[in-house]
Design a binder for this molecule. Sequence first.
Ligand SMILES: Cc1ncc(COP(=O)(O)O)c(C=O)c1O
Length: 358
Amino acid sequence: MRKWNFCAGPAVISEHVLAEVKEELLEWGDSGMSIMEMSHRSSIYDEVATTAKQDFIDLLNIPDSHDVLFLQGGATQQFATVPMNFGHIKKKADYVLSGTWSKKAISEASKILEVNTIASSEDKNFSYAPDPKNWNLSEESAYVHYCPNETIQGVAIHDVPDLEKPLVADMSSVILSEPMDVSKFSLIYAGAQKNIGPAGLTMVIAEKSFMEADNPDLPNILRYSKHAESDSMLNTPPTFGWYMAGKVFKWIKKSGGLEFFKEQNHTKAQTLYTYIDNSSFYSNPVNIENRSIMNIPFILADKNLDSVFLKECEEEGLLNLKGHRSVGGMRASIYNAMPVEGVNQLVDFMKVFEAKHG
Ligand SMILES: Cc1ncc(COP(=O)(O)O)c(C=O)c1O
């Protein structure tokens, strides 16, 4: 029996998608084989791949100035490939430090170029996000990097900053949660395992003119422009993940697109935040304007109850609510595929638990 999965990633995938995949698993269409066993250069696979790419472009309204890549290596590899590709000219880049993931991005980039940390919220344990108005941009830097949604701290920078410099964003835990203006970014990357599909696929959206200026001295496998030239088939792509991402994109389209999910995601987040804020038993440490819509951390008034809470959650079919080991407490990740009903059941359980132990 499937239960409510609040994992931060790999995360819940729509049951409709999983049922379709199950249906097609042994044989895709009348091809005589599963999609996993098929050459990525076959015409059947080509159609699957092209359709998925187009649906992604449609969903995010990606302009012609940008291209979409289906890569591997996760967001972590992007922490390295971004500075390797774009740091070779100015050799300096601006980074915003707003949580664990941007910290890792900074640490990796520092091995390759000079990082200027233009804003940080580490002083208050990442319980807020540095306001873009106060980012102290360098005069000379190759790009500005930030993480709009810090998955571990549940901290978000909701407004896209208007900067004169190329903007690069790690959107691993927020992509496809609502419409956005892709044209404001030179490069966006996201691991698939939250809002897109299974782990193993990494999405990149990059401005073509930006990609063309990548570092020619790098091996091809590390160059964005080479992946773009070969339609993400420079080598064997993660074919199953790409196929499943395509299913998720269709499901998002059929459900009403990103406008639908924006509304649903805000409703879910509001339900949880409102309950937490009105309770003296649970609390959320994040500055109200910077609260994530996707990942909601919360702590119990009595830390000694953490393990009881988690155990009882599991008994109720509410899984993976333990906060990240670096911050403790609880965290509910409520990506697109988490229905309103799942969040309502979590809140109902929290009420009962509070009544019993509060
Ligand atoms: C915002 C963010 N960036 C980067 C990562 C690392 O992603 P990966 O494991 O795909 O390298 C994660 C993973 O949870 C994340 O949430």
